[in-house]
Design a protein around this ligand. Structure first.
Ligand code: F3S
Length: 397
């Protein structure tokens, strides 16, 4: 692999021990994937924040990296394992909380913003089309490639941190024109309803159908931003590439040669994908919205749907702290919380300790997948309206 003089100097320790370690990680990654050189990145989005996933060894490694590691580009964090301000109110174990805070503090010392969110593009980490970035959370990676037209592989936590500390990433995969060319055309012949749940189910169906190839999707209605983030999150979770060309949406979709292989995604595929995310029974114990983290528009809509109602089940609305603060400044958070629902920031219902609490209702296909596998919950995928009805009535109708 060809290294520039400045890459070589970082590797040789001229920018400190942590930057050298970071460059070692990037060189190893580049060699595995056959990269010929490094690229400059405009920003990083770093996963590996929840103490649940990192454990003691991960915490110690981060504290060592924080001794002299300093970010060279804008970098933001993925959700942590708890709301960093309201953790006591949410009954988080104090031992877990103190370790979680040490992790976020270590990142903070490295100059990585504590905007713990999977929607960095809604809170100021917004790349330009064709800009190279190093992001790690799968839904954010899908949004960056598919909607913004930025270029990023799906980084692991250590490689995204390494990119933050050096401003570099190896040139392979979705950074290169060749890696971004669509490999299969998917013609959607199903009617996709205007809801995040329907677009999530569509993403799940696409993931199964395209099996890791870069798809070019034709025949979709014009989506809203919230539907795009639900779609990308589900598509990657269920096996799609973290770049999905959507005709009429993805900036470069029309600039590649049309793929030779073509498949149809029909009404049955969509129905099956949705039905596979609705477990039997009508009891609901927990309702969670905001996966990926809710936008300001979603929070406003939830506030309107909860107006004058009280929830009978634990109801979490997950969002970025900056989005929550903006919503609070215009009374939206207060209106949601008057119903008994809670606006939770910095974390989400998958990475927070919510395991084993019965049946979860959510509008997120990705949230269903991980809640089932990771948190041992039964799940129900439904529209935001249907989930909020379940929150109020305690039943799935
Ligand atoms: Fe974000 Fe958590 Fe969902 S990280 S995409 S809210 S699983």
């Amino acid at each position: 692999m060809r290294l520039s003089d400045s890459d070589r100097a970082i590797l040789d320790g001229e920018a400190g021990r942590s930057a050298s370690k970071a460059m070692e990680i990037l060189v190893a990654l580049g060699e595995i994937y056959g990269a010929e050189s490094m690229l400059e990145v405009g920003s990083a989005q770093v996963s590996g924040v929840s103490y649940h996933n990192l454990d003691e060894a991960g915490l110690e490694w981060l504290e060592q990296m924080a001794e002299d590691g300093r970010a060279r580009v804008i970098a933001t964090l993925n959700p942590a394992g708890m709301d960093l301000e309201r953790w006591q109110e949410l009954s988080v174990d104090p031992g877990f909380a103190s370790r979680q805070k040490r992790i976020v503090d270590a990142y903070g010392r490295m100059g990585i913003a504590r905007a713990c969110t999977c929607t960095p593009y809604l809170v100021g980490n917004l790349p330009a089309p064709a800009e190279h970035v190093a992001w790690s959370e799968s839904s954010a990676v899908a949004f960056a490639n598919t909607v913004l037209g930025a270029r990023t592989n799906k980084e692991g936590g250590p490689s995204a941190l390494a990119a933050a500390l050096t401003g570099r990433t190896p040139a392979y995969g979705l950074h290169l024109d060749a890696g971004r060319a669509p490999q299969v055309e998917v013609r959607v012949e199903a009617t996709v309803g205007p809801s995040t749940a329907a677009w999530g189910a569509l993403g799940a169906a696409l993931g199964k159908l395209s099996a890791g190839k870069v798809p070019l999707v034709q025949g979709l209605p014009r989506p809203r931003l919230e539907e795009l983030k639900a779609f990308g999150a589900a598509a990657v979770t269920f096996g799609a590439s973290p770049l999905v060309h959507i005709a009429g949406v993805t900036p470069e979709a029309a600039s590649h040669p049309r793929p030779r292989e073509s498949v149809v995604l029909g009404a049955n595929d969509l129905e099956e994908a949705w039905a596979s995310l609705v477990d039997p029974g009508d009891e609901v114990d927990l309702v969670c919205l905001g996966c990926p983290h809710a936008s300001l528009g979603e929070l406003a809509r939830i506030a309107a749907l909860l107006q004058g109602r009280s929830v009978a089940r634990t109801t979490w609305i997950c969002t970025a702290r900056a989005t929550a603060e903006t919503a609070r400044s215009i009374g939206i958070v207060q209106r949601i919380e008057r119903s008994g629902a809670i606006v939770v920031a910095d974390t989400c219902f998958v990475v927070a300790p919510l395991a084993g609490r019965g049946t979860l209702a959510t509008d997120s296909a990705k949230g269903c997948y991980y809640s089932r596998g990771h948190n041992r919950l039964a799940v129900k995928l439904g529209t935001v309206e249907r989930c909020l009805d379940a929150a109020v009535e305690g039943r799935w109708r």
